[in-house]
Design a protein around this ligand. Structure first.
Ligand SMILES: NC(=O)c1ccc[n+]([C@@H]2O[C@H](COP(=O)([O-])OP(=O)(O)OC[C@H]3O[C@@H](n4cnc5c(N)ncnc54)[C@H](OP(=O)(O)O)[C@@H]3O)[C@@H](O)[C@H]2O)c1
Length: 280
C-alpha cells in the first residue's frame, strides 16, 4: 500500500482526489488542516489574504504529496466575499472555476481583545463579517450545491469561547457561540442529504491568533496551548466521523463539561479573570 493510500485511510473516509477549500490556510490551524488533507490525497484550494504564504504552502503540498493545490487571495472580511469564493471555485466566473467542492473548511477568523466600547467599531464589524456572515454565506452556497449532489463535508471552526460569555472577547466569543449553534443545527438539517456539517471548538492553540488579537500571555498560560497540527487533526477526525461538534483536547472537553455546573455569573467571572487585559 502506498503512503498516500495509508494516509487516506487515517480518516476512515477515502478523500483521494476530492476537492477541498480551506479558508485561513496561510497560518495556524487552517494551514495544518490543509497539510492533513493533502497528506490524505485531497486537492486543495487555499484561501487567505497573504498570497505569498499560500503559494509557498501550495508548492510544499504538491511537492510532498503530489496533489494539485491552487491559491486564492481574498479578503473574507468584506461583504460579498463568500459569493466571490464560491464563484472562484464551484462557479464559472473565474478561470479554473467550475470544479465541485467536496470539502469546505470555514476556518479564517480573528479575535478582538479588549473592552467592547474601546475597540474601534470598524474592527468589530470586520470580525463579525468574517467570523459570522462570511462563514454562514459560505455554508449556504456550498451546502446547497453539496446537498443537490447528495454529499459533502463542511467544517466550521468556532472556539471553546462558544461555551461561555467572555469579557474582553465579548463579540468574538458571542460570535463563536453563533457558529457552534448554527453548525449543530445545520448538521441536523442536512443529515438526510448526505452532507456533513461539523463544528470544531479549539481551546488555546499555538498560532498567530493571540498576536493578531493583541493579547499578551504569561509563560504559564502558554503551557496550556495545544499544537496547531493536533487541533487540525481533531477537527478532521470529527468531520469524517460525522460528528456535529467537537471540543479539541481532553482537558478542554473536561473544562467545558465542568462549566455546565456553574451559574452563568460565575462562568463570566471566571472568563473575565483569565482573559482580561493585564490579568495575563
Ligand atoms: N489559536 C487559538 O487559540 C484559537 C482558539 C479558538 C479558536 N480559534 C479559531 O481558529 C481559527 C483559525 O485561527 P488560528 O488560531 O489559526 O489563527 P491565525 O494563525 O491568526 O490564522 C488565521 C487565518 O485566518 C486568515 N484570515 C484572517 N482574516 C482574514 C480575512 N479578512 N480574509 C481572509 N482570511 C483571513 C489569516 O490569513 P491572512 O491574514 O493571510 O488573511 C490566517 O490564515 C479562527 O477561526 C479562530 O477564531 C483559534
Amino acid at each position: 500500500m502506498t503512503g498516500l493510500a495509508n494516509a487516506s485511510r487515517r480518516f476512515g473516509v477515502d478523500i483521494r482526489g476530492k476537492h477541498a477549500v480551506v479558508t485561513g490556510a496561510s497560518s495556524g490551524i487552517g494551514l495544518e488542516i490543509a497539510r492533513h488533507l493533502a497528506s490524505a490525497g485531497a486537492s486543495l484550494t487555499l484561501v487567505a489574504r497573504r498570497k505569498d504564504r499560500l503559494d509557498a504552502l501550495a508548492a510544499e503540498l504538491t511537492a510532498q504529496h503530489g496533489v494539485p493545490a491552487a491559491t486564492l487571495a481574498l479578503d473574507l472580511g468584506e461583504p460579498g466575499s463568500a459569493a466571490r469564493l464560491f464563484d472562484a471555485t464551484e462557479g464559472t466566473s473565474t478561470a479554473g472555476a467550475g470544479k465541485p467542492v467536496d470539502i469546505v473548511v470555514n476556518n479564517a477568523g480573528f479575535g478582538t481583545h479588549g473592552r467592547f466600547v474601546d475597540i474601534p467599531w470598524s474592527k468589530t464589524a470586520e470580525q463579525l463579517q468574517l467570523n459570522i456572515v462570511t462563514l454562514t454565506e459560505s455554508c449556504h452556497l456550498f451546502g446547497k450545491a453539496m446537498s443537490s449532489r447528495g454529499g459533502g463535508f463542511i467544517l466550521n471552526v468556532a472556539s471553546i469561547g462558544a461555551y461561555l460569555p467572555t469579557p474582553h472577547y465579548a463579540t468574538y466569543t458571542a460570535g463563536k457561540a453563533y457558529v457552534r449553534n448554527f453548525t449543530e443545527a445545520l448538521s441536523w438539517e442536512l443529515g438526510d442529504s448526505g452532507v456533513v456539517a461539523t463544528c470544531l471548538c479549539p481551546g488555546p492553540t499555538e498560532t498567530e491568533f493571540m498576536d493578531v488579537a493583541g493579547h499578551e500571555l504569561k509563560a504559564w498560560q502558554k503551557k496550556f496551548f495545544m499544537s496547531a497540527p493536533d487541533c487540525a487533526r481533531i477537527g478532521l477526525d470529527a468531520l469524517f466521523a460525522r460528528k456535529p461538534n467537537t471540543v479539541a483536547g481532553w482537558n478542554n472537553r473536561a473544562m467545558m463539561f465542568g462549566l455546565r455546573f456553574l451559574p452563568r455569573r460565575a462562568m463570566t467571572w471566571l472568563a473575565a479573570n483569565t482573559m482580561a487585559k493585564g490579568s495575563s
